[in-house]
Design a protein around this ligand. Structure first.
Ligand SMILES: [Zn+2]
Length: 465
């Protein structure tokens, strides 16, 4: 039996993960011939079933597959034994020294003929577009890489398309597909990913559970995850790739462990309102996380800031602790610790000034900051505050001229670390320290200010962009 290795290709790695999970082993080098035979038997029994062959393999992954006998014309001859024989002969297929080197593992000679999409997803055939850089018909793949790929259906999650989660370190890849194998063993059907309709929502759910289960930080420090969400059938080939950046992974790991309630509050603001309201009306709240788009998730995946979601400006409160915010700023936004401490210090001086004001004036000042959507409005908030400090007889100025310049411009026009970042950090500090008084001022003001709060709401929406 050949020694199997991780290749870095999502489909062969997923197949290898399947064989390892079926055998209850963690490393490819620990696999024995018996393990592989058992995996072949396990898969062949499933693949001979109609739910797998015509309903899944042919319909979504490997149309007309001859190896797995999913081609509808083979229905009568399709048996576990016949499929197992095909897999075994692939495993023992002799190498052709004249063939090109395998495009996936780079180690063995490819099969004599290029492999097509009926045996390997998304490689194309004839006039159909494919997802390989050479853009030619099929791909040069060796029999072992092809063999591993035949186990892909067992670990993949079946949503509207097929989901493969490619992860590094490999231990993480096994953890993320454990559930799929467990379900296959229990139901003899492919896992439907708990009925999730969005692959990223499913992944975030898995991650928040897994980060609590696997507490070893080193697993998350250099982890990376890419989702391959695809369909490969006679109607076409579609592929969506969703990459989860490494800093985002360590943030999620930290957030779900350090302040899981706070992290849930942050995520909760992100749900698309129309979708979640619609489901709530039908009393299907539990489906929100399965079906609705979440702005926090999509911002994290597309490298946009989620700072706005750390605060709840309507209720004048923070959704989590400063320390989680600080972790996010340094880990994901790349803000250095010194800058963060500096902003925190300014925030405390702002609070020190504001808390001397009567409720109604305090509220107005904070609103001025909340409503600042242009740099000059942000500037004038500080100018006003400086004047206020003099009026109140506070000794030291709020900021020196250098500090003032730094807070406004030093972070440049960088999308993530701009004055808007500073603004959100300051609001966080203000809500954290002055929540009770701000809420009191809100209630005292009563309803006559309804119009004004509408403006405030739109102001914040604009900042989010
Ligand atoms: Zn290969």
């Amino acid at each position: 039996m050949p020694p199997f290795t991780w290749t870095g290709h999502p489909f062969t790695d997923a197949g290898l993960a399947a064989i390892l999970l079926i055998s209850g082993k963690e490393r490819p080098e620990d696999l024995t011939e018996k393990d592989v035979t058992k995996a072949i038997e396990f898969a062949s029994k499933l693949y001979a079933r109609k739910e797998w062959s015509s309903g899944y393999i042919h319909a979504m992954m490997l149309p007309n597959s001859g190896i797995l006998m999913a081609n509808p014309s083979m229905a009568k001859k399709r048996t576990p034994t016949a499929i197992a024989e095909n897999l075994l002969s692939l495993l023992h297929e002799p190498e052709d020294p004249n063939a090109p080197i395998c495009e996936i593992c780079g180690k063995r000679h490819a099969r004599t003929k290029p492999v097509y999409r009926s045996d390997f997803p998304l490689v194309g055939t004839g006039g159909i577009p494919n997802y390989f850089p050479s853009g030619k018909d099929g791909a040069n793949i060796c029999s072992h890489c092809l063999f591993l790929t035949q186990f892909l259906p067992i670990v993949a999650y079946r949503l509207q398309r097929v989901l493969v989660i490619h992860a590094y370190p490999h231990e993480l890849m096994l953890e993320l597909h454990n559930e799929a194998i467990d379900e296959v063993k229990k139901t003899l059907l492919a896992s439907n990913a708990r009925n999730f309709r969005r692959p990223e929502n499913f992944l975030f759910q898995l991650l928040s559970e897994l980060t609590v289960k696997v507490e070893r930080d080193e697993l998350w420090q250099n982890a990376s995850i890419t989702l391959y969400y695809f369909v490969n059938n006679n109607q076409g080939q579609e592929l969506e790739i969703i990459h989860v950046p490494s800093p985002v992974l360590s943030f999620i790991a930290y957030a779900s462990r350090y302040d899981s309630a706070g992290w849930r509050r942050i995520v909760a603001i992100g749900w698309d309102e129309r979708c979640s309201r619609g489901l709530a009306k039908k009393r299907k709240e539990s489906e929100i996380e399965h079906s609705c788009h979440n702005r926090v998730y999509s911002a994290l995946l597309s490298g946009k800031s989620i700072l706005l979601y750390f605060i709840n400006s309507k209720e004048k409160r923070t959704n989590t602790k400063w320390s989680l915010l600080a972790f996010y700023c340094s880990e994901v936004l790349g803000l250095d610790k010194e800058a963060l401490e500096f902003i925190k210090g300014i925030g405390d001086r702002v609070v020190e000034t504001l808390e001397k004001l009567p409720d109604n004036k305090l509220k107005r000042r904070v609103r001025e900051l909340e409503n600042a959507t242009k740099l000059y409005q942000f500037e004038s908030f500080f100018v006003g505050l400086e004047r206020l400090r003099q009026e109140l007889g506070i000794d030291k100025p709020l900021m020196t001229f250098d500090e003032f310049a730094q807070i406004l411009t030093a972070y440049g026009e960088d999308m993530n670390v701009s004055w808007k970042t500073v603004k959100n950090l300051l609001l966080f500090r203000i809500y954290e320290k002055l929540h009770d008084r701000l809420m009191k001022a809100e209630t005292e003001a009563g309803e006559e200010e309804d119009e004004e709060s509408k403006i405030e709401f739109y102001g914040l929406e604009e900042v989010e962009e």
